[in-house]
Structure formats: C-alpha cells, structure tokens
Design a protein around this ligand. Structure first.
Ligand code: SAM
Length: 283
C-alpha cells in the first residue's frame, strides 16, 4: 500500500499542472503560484511552454520530457526529487498524461516514495463531454484511435458494444474518415464534434454519425463524443402475447404495448392487436 498525505508530509513533490487548452484565462491562480514556487519545469516543447510561462511571468528552468526519452528524463526527475527539489510536469495543453506524456514518470516517482500532486485545470475531453448533450456518464475516454484505417476499425469493433458514452480525440485531417468508420462499425449513433474549445471559433456540432460525416469546413482541434450502444430488447424467447402482457404489467397501456411490439417484430399493428385481444378475451 502507498498512502500519500500530499500536504502534510515534507516529501519533495512532482506536480502535474494543467494548462489552458486555448484560452490563457483558463490558467488557474494555483497553477501560476505552483509554477512560480517549484525548481524545474518539465514540458513537451520549450517554445510552446515558454510562451505560457512568459505570459504569466514565470521564470524557471525548463527541460523537456517526452515518451521517447522517458527513461532518461525520469531518472533526471528522480535525481531532482532526491536533491529535495520540487518539480512540475506540464504538457502543451490541458492535463499532462491525458493523451500526453507523463504516465511512466509518475509511476517511477510513486515507486520511489515521493509525492505526485495534481493541479487541476482545463482539459478537452471533459469540456467537450459536458456540452455535448450526450449522457456524461458512464463514459469511456479512448483518446486517439489509430491513424491507420484497418487498425482504427479493429479498435472500433472492440468498442461497438459498450453502452457507455465514448470520447475520442481526433485531428482535423482525419475527422471525416473517423466519423465514417464510427458509422460503419457502430451503425448510426448520436454524435458530437466539439472543436476549438475555449477559443474564439469554438463550435459544437451535434448530430449523428451519418449527418456529421460530410462536414467539410472544420479545422482546428477537436473531440468526438459518441453515444453508447442502446440496450436492445431481446424478444426472441418471448411469444407475442407474453411480450405484450409483460409490457402492460410494466405500466404501458395496451395500445402502447401493441404499437411497440408491432414495431420490434416488424408486424402489422392490426395482427398484434388481434393477438392481444383474442388471448385476453379468452381468459
Ligand atoms: N492533454 C490534453 C487534454 O488534457 O485535453 C490533450 C492533448 S492531446 C495531444 C491533443 C488533442 O486534444 C487534440 O488533438 C484534440 O483532440 C484535443 N484538444 C486539445 N485542445 C482542444 C480544444 N481547444 N478543443 C477541442 N479539442 C482539443
């Protein structure tokens, strides 16, 4: 067991600091104050983060941390922590680790017994999810699908039976193909594209995997939210009359039950009506 009392122990800390996803006003006071107080900032791109730090007058040494140099950089971070320094990890935008580097180093830091503390802030997936109009939970965050079409479709096949809302990150040049793949594999589902969140040209496109397929003029950064699979009513092992009686006992009027059963079974409403009345008159 690892029990971390983040603000009571005196252990050096790796702070995971969320940064804006497009609107600098989303930088939190706490993020600024933590970044001003720590010793070294690890980031993906010193040019991108340099602009942010300059804007908030944060003058701290910056070093890069990427997935391709994670072993070496994690060792640097651990050495800093061993020397009693506090460290921050930031990404180009949003939370580190969320479709961004950082998972490897936080595990190493936890293993070594130091603190890992999150400084909350902006994030694309939650911002998109809450405005989508699609059930916000339960949800599955998938991140980026594979760029290759065959692999992407295989990944979608793994997800097609999930009843949870699914959230994807996607790039503008793949959006049409991805929405089409979702429609082909899942069938038509309610679907939302949230793009350029928090920025001037923020746009939320609410539709279905069919109606959103041919959108042509969407650029920028985007999140896709797809409704989960709806529960199918299994009718095969019930007779028509048993299904009708079940629905009526569950509170539907006989008229509503007849309409629903006719629709499920693709039968003329009159046939179902006759079945219901003949059987119930017998009793
Ligand atoms: N770490 C980030 C977070 O917490 O959301 C995500 C980083 S990931 C490398 C970048 C992807 O996030 C983009 O391709 C896009 O799918 C999504 N994203 C980032 N900023 C966004 C924004 N302002 N609007 C919509 N999607 C955004």
């Amino acid at each position: 067991m690892n029990r971390q009392k983040s603000f009571i122990n005196d252990l050096p800390t790796l702070y995971l600091v969320a940064t804006p996803i497009g609107n600098l006003q989303d930088m939190t006071y706490r993020a600024v104050s933590i970044l001003q107080s720590i010793d070294v900032i690890y980031c993906e791109d010193t040019r991108v983060s340099g602009k942010l730090l300059h804007h908030f007058e944060i003058k701290k040494p910056m070093r890069t941390y990427h997935d391709f140099n994670k072993t070496m950089k994690s060792e640097d971070i651990l050495n800093n922590l061993r020397n009693n320094q506090n460290i921050a990890l930031i990404s180009d935008a949003g939370y580190p680790l969320i479709s961004d580097p950082g998972y490897y180093v936080i595990r190493e830091v936890i293993k070594a017994g130091f603190n890992v503390v999150s400084i909350p802030g902006a994030n694309a997936l939650l911002s998109a999810l809450v405005v989508s109009g699609i059930a916000p939970h339960p949800f599955v965050f998938y991140g980026f699908l594979d760029a290759k079409e065959t692999k992407k479709r295989k990944e979608l096949e793994q997800l097609m039976n999930h009843s949870e809302t699914i959230v994807f990150y996607e790039s503008p040049h793949r959006i049409n193909k991805t929405i089409k793949a979702i429609d082909d594999v899942f069938g038509e589902r309610n679907c939302v594209i949230a793009r350029e969140l928090t920025k001037k040209y923020e746009e939320i496109l609410r539709g279905t995997s069919k109606t959103l397929q041919d959108i042509t003029d969407i650029k920028g950064e985007m999140v896709i939210i797809v409704e989960g699979k709806k529960e199918e009513i299994i009718i095969s092992d019930l007779s028509i009359i048993d299904e009708l009686n079940k629905l009526v006992s569950e509170g539907l009027s006989s008229k509503e039950a007849i309409k629903l059963v006719a629709k499920h079974r693709n039968l003329p409403k009159n046939d179902v009506y006759m079945e219901y009345h003949q059987n119930n008159e017998k009793e």
